[in-house]
Design a protein around this ligand. Sequence first.
Ligand SMILES: Cc1cc2nc3c(=O)[nH]c(=O)nc-3n(C[C@H](O)[C@H](O)[C@H](O)COP(=O)(O)OP(=O)(O)OC[C@H]3O[C@@H](n4cnc5c(N)ncnc54)[C@H](O)[C@@H]3O)c2cc1C
Length: 586
Amino acid sequence: MIQMQTAYDVVVVGSGGGGLRAAISAAQAGARTLVICRGKANRSGATLLAGANISADIACDGATLSRLGISQGKKDDTPDAWLEDVVREGFYLNNQDMVRLFVDTAGQRLEELIGWGLTIRGMEGEREVSVFGSDILDALYGKARELGVEFLPDTLFTDLLVRDGAVCGALCMELATGALKAVPAGAVVLCTGGAHNLFSENSGSTDLCGEGPAAALRAGAELIDMEMISFCPTVTRYPTMYKGNILPYIFISTGYGSLLNKYGKTFTHRYLSPRVEQLALDSEWNKMLLSYAIQSEILAGRGARNGGVYFSLPDHPREIMDELYHDLPPLTTGIYADIMKIFAAGRSITVQPAAHYFEGGVRVAVDMSTNLPGLYAAGECTGGMFGANRVSAATTEMLVEGAVAGTSAAAYAAGCSAPSPDSAQLEQLEGELLRPFGRKGGPAPYQLKRRLHEITAGSLTVVRREEELVSALEQLEQLERELDQVSFTDGQRTYNRQWREYLELRSMLPCARAIAKSALLRRESRGVHVRADHPYTDNGRCLSNIVLSGQALQETLAPAVLTALRPEAGRWSYTDYIERVVETLD
Ligand SMILES: Cc1cc2nc3c(=O)[nH]c(=O)nc-3n(C[C@H](O)[C@H](O)[C@H](O)COP(=O)(O)OP(=O)(O)OC[C@H]3O[C@@H](n4cnc5c(N)ncnc54)[C@H](O)[C@@H]3O)c2cc1C
């Protein structure tokens, strides 16, 4: 039996930075607003992890930073100059109208956040301030509470409720009791973040499984550019107890340490020209460029025996180690102090690219609406802002998009009559979500999840090939069929891990299929998407966004939105084109 809840004007799903910022805007517009979140209201998602609590960045053009009195801002910078860089970094696949919104409103978002209590801890570059992810969440959560936003924590969102072609609420499961709850709403804003857990190697938290895009797709919304995934190049693989830790990435980003192949040799120069290699070592371009170089070295058979490549922090003289500890103070405590002991003992660790940021996601317009009336989305679960490669701050994206999505959703909800979920849809969803409880002898969800991880690791990481993508699609379709056979050994609904995994797989499998299909359709290499069998960037034939809709993932190629900047026409080798783009950056 699904429990019907109080109706809200706006329901926001997810309480990372995007969700909290959307809820604030909705409440400021007078909407009664509820945030549904899997974990604690202000302690979940990637926002909490941003910068690994050593140093996250929020971006803003340099002139605005100077105006805000934040030193070192690039005074002669302009939103227009920044827009051009974001578009070039995205290899012209960005929705340029969204980038306009990003550069024009980033300053307001940062300024208000400082007013709500965010501590600025320094500068990261000419366009970035350094903050802690937890501080961003605290500032946003405090403001949301002050405005009367309500929260439904420890609750897993599963589906959108749709009546007469418009969204009218959200279906969710209370993790503690297993109760299914329907929350009627005038509008829903999806802010569920990335789908990191599609990959066994990922830098995100366990609550990021792609329920937002998958539910949007099921309900009739579109997905865009799902093939575009940034990998964090140097995430710890071994020792296993530190698996997933991004400290080596922080080192690489701040200029410390070396990457070595199994022969103890540096290798990035094999894949990157000197200028591009420098960019890889000196800037946030490192995610795309080093991931490509590392994956290529592994594929060439020169990776470490237990996977990945070696990251070493040579035993520097005392003074240089003092510099390192001075630059990165939290290294003296907790898990970081433990990892430092490995280097102090003269050992290295192995690292490899891990799924980190999803450029693709729910297709939105500049007001953050989708093609489905009543449905809005913001933050990492959307696609379009960063095109084929994100270099600028995703924290800024979540704030900019969240603010607009909340306002738009509230305005839409104000014009709606009382939302009333469709009892036939509720009955059908209840049957689908509970079906494995009545079955015996089927596969367990964890078995399917393991196979999903084998497929994504084998075919959907940095360098891709047609045969592997075709095979991945077939295997994913097979897994979706097997999901219909799943059964549980645990018959309880309270804190039932098998049930939770089943619900997650209902979203992870279609998301993985959308990634495989988009990667197959993009027959070129652009930004973070590298096709070994199509190693060129083709502006003549491929400057389109890949849009998918429906359960069958019907594809449409939508010309990229080039309202401000047009790339030169032509076709270049993947690395030559990177070189050309890099030369034009501000
Ligand atoms: C390790 C790491 C470091 C990073 N560092 C930086 C950085 O320094 N600078 C930068 O700009 N970006 C960084 N990023 C990226 C950035 O943090 C994210 O892109 C951004 O925070 C996303 O915000 P969001 O609100 O869209 O999603 P998230 O912050 O991920 O929030 C998603 C929310 O949705 C909830 N949720 C998900 N599924 C469900 C469901 N089914 N039901 C209910 N709730 C659900 C989650 O629990 C969470 O509350 C980093 C990312 C990682 C993983």
